[in-house]
Design a protein around this ligand. Structure first.
Ligand SMILES: *Cc1c(COP(=O)(O)O)cnc(C)c1O
Length: 360
């Protein structure tokens, strides 16, 4: 068996001990004589998995008691609609557009009410996060929406907008559990788990309980009403059992690693290895503005599409895979999520240095 260094933006690398434990438990989960995929979601064993996952996530993130944790289906993109459906009772919402994902969410919200664009960085091909000091939240806004880490452009909010009493809603799909955050600063924190947490098919929403109600837009399907999930312990229907199980194992792994403070330190170290190299390189260049750089997704280019293609092909031969950038930025993108070991980033930088020498 050979494992590669997988820099995919998502679905993405998972911790090896988690994969090993899942393999060991595949045929017989804790003496049940069946795999987690085969058991009833109403069984005692699965309820235990769900309860432990929620408890560990609450512990890891320090989620206050007045927030609900919802395990949902349909990925992050389904929440682009669910958010306005659940929150846009007043018909107005503010969006900050800092990349493709927030732009998609903004467009979706326009179907349900008046969605304002408070600020956008599209003029700079989303290479930066708009300035937070100039953000003026609408007095009648139901919520303010951000995508905290733009996966494609590799930018991260290092400062949150001041929204006063207006709830802040954040898509954290690609920075979930990468560092500690103050949950109380947000009304809703949500993301698809297939970037930094687990297998595709599960989205997690952490919602302040006053934002969960029956008063949703008329058009809201039962399944998209957060109250449905909240009232039924995320089991109104069959939940994505397997994805919840693996995510739960990842939460345990994160606790074993020392929690989010330890992960943040490791992630900063990893990102620094790559950014320090990029900053001195004569060949490679990072595309995101320095002050706004992501700890998780690092896009970079040589400025020559043929050379980029050569780099990507040769990297793959060296066990460095899925490093091709998104078409809207071009070049390369290294996603260095929690489960990417420090050796993986070092291997990448060593290979970049050798490639630079050879192609100078
Ligand atoms: C991948 C991604 C999404 C879309 O996730 P799906 O689960 O595929 O819908 C949304 N937002 C961000 C920030 C992402 O990285």
């Amino acid at each position: 068996m050979t494992r590669v260094y997988n820099f995919s933006a998502g679905p993405a690398v998972l911790p090896e001990p988690v994969l090993q434990q899942a393999a060991a438990e595949m045929l017989d989960y804790k003496g049940t004589g069946m795999s987690v995929m085969e058991m009833s979601h109403r069984s005692k064993a699965f309820q235990g998995i769900l309860d432990a996952a929620e408890a560990d996530l609450r512990d890891l993130m320090g989620i206050p008691a007045n927030y609900k944790v919802l395990f949902l289906q349909g990925g992050a993109s389904t929440q682009f609609a669910a958010i306005p459906m659940n929150l846009m009772g007043g018909g107005v919402a503010d969006y900050i557009v800092s990349g493709s994902w927030s732009k998609k969410a903004f467009k979706e919200a326009q179907r349900y009410g008046r969605a304002n664009c408070l600020a956008s960085s599209e003029d700079g091909n989303f290479s930066y996060v708009p300035a937070m000091d100039s953000i003026k939240v609408s007095s009648d806004a139901d919520y303010v929406y951000i995508c905290q880490n733009e996966t494609i452009y590799g930018t991260l909010y290092h400062q949150l907008p001041e929204t006063g009493t207006v709830p802040l809603v954040a898509d954290v799909s690609s920075c979930f559990l990468s560092e500690p955050i103050d949950v109380a600063r947000y009304g809703v924190i949500y993301g698809g788990v297939q970037k930094n947490v687990g297998p595709a098919g599960l989205a997690i929403a952490i919602v302040r309980d006053d934002l969960i109600s029956d008063e949703v837009l008329e058009c809201t399907p039962t399944m998209l009403k957060w109250k449905t999930a909240a009232d039924n312990g995320s089991m109104y229907n069959t939940p994505p059992c397997w994805a919840i199980y693996i995510s739960g194992l990842v939460f345990q792994w994160l606790k074993d690693q020392g929690g989010l403070t330890a992960m943040a330190e490791r992630n900063r170290r990893k990102a620094a290895v790559l950014y320090d190299f990029l900053d001195q390189s004569q060949l490679f260049e990072g595309t995101a503005r320095k002050e706004d750089r992501s700890l998780m997704n690092v896009p970079f280019i040589t400025g020559d599409a043929d050379l980029d293609a050569k780099f990507i092909a040769e990297a793959a031969d060296h066990g460095i895979q899925n490093i091709k950038g998104h078409r809207s930025v071009g070049g390369m993108r290294a996603s260095i999520y929690n489960a990417m070991p420090e050796e993986g980033v070092k291997a990448l930088v060593d290979f970049m240095a050798a490639f630079e020498k050879e192609n100078a």
